[in-house]
Design a protein around this ligand. Structure first.
Ligand SMILES: Cc1ncc(COP(=O)(O)O)c(C=O)c1O
Length: 146
């Protein structure tokens, strides 16, 4: 039987052997919580901070600007809620596309329903071939307009 080809690398990927080798000590013996102040947390904390610096160097930003999350859903929540709330004085319309993952659409719906203290509107547009929201009329309106 021919094995199927796995194409959903947004969902999960096999780990690179170098990643497995780098992570192995922290999965086996140095398993302390890096946020704890006791002995077991010291080396994992150093490793996390070292990784943060390496990622910052790759991205050309400060280490304090790098946040590690549990995955896509937490990252989308962090980014969309953070930006919408920080910039609410500049605009109150969330524009997204119908092809977005539920981890994006549900955050936008949540912000629209939260609507506090002033309303926020979610616009779902068809996506262009670039993935950007289409400017063409779709007949859809934010749910709070219905
Ligand atoms: C595009 C996209 N965003 C978000 C997610 C959710 O990611 P996670 O399962 O890491 O929370 C996925 C998961 O498949 C995804 O494909």
């Amino acid at each position: 039987m021919v094995a199927p080809i796995y194409l959903d690398y947004n969902g999960t990927t096999p780990h690179d052997p170098e990643v497995i080798a780098a992570m192995r000590p922290f999965l086996e013996s140095e398993f302390g919580n890096p946020s704890s102040s006791h002995w077991y947390g010291i080396r994992p904390k150093r490793a996390v901070e070292n990784a943060r610096r390496q990622v910052a160097d790759l991205l050309g930003c400060d280490a304090g600007e790098v946040f590690f999350t549990s995955g896509g859903t937490e990252s989308n929540n962090h980014a969309i809620k953070g930006m919408a709330r920080a910039r609410k004085a500049d605009g109150r319309h969330l524009i997204t596309t119908t092809v977005e993952h539920p981890a994006v659409l549900e955050v936008c719906r949540y912000l629209e329903q939260e609507a506090s203290p002033r309303p926020m509107w979610m616009w779902m547009r068809p996506a262009e071939s670039t993935g950007m929201p289409s400017a063409r009329p779709s007949g859809r309106t934010p749910s709070s307009f219905r």
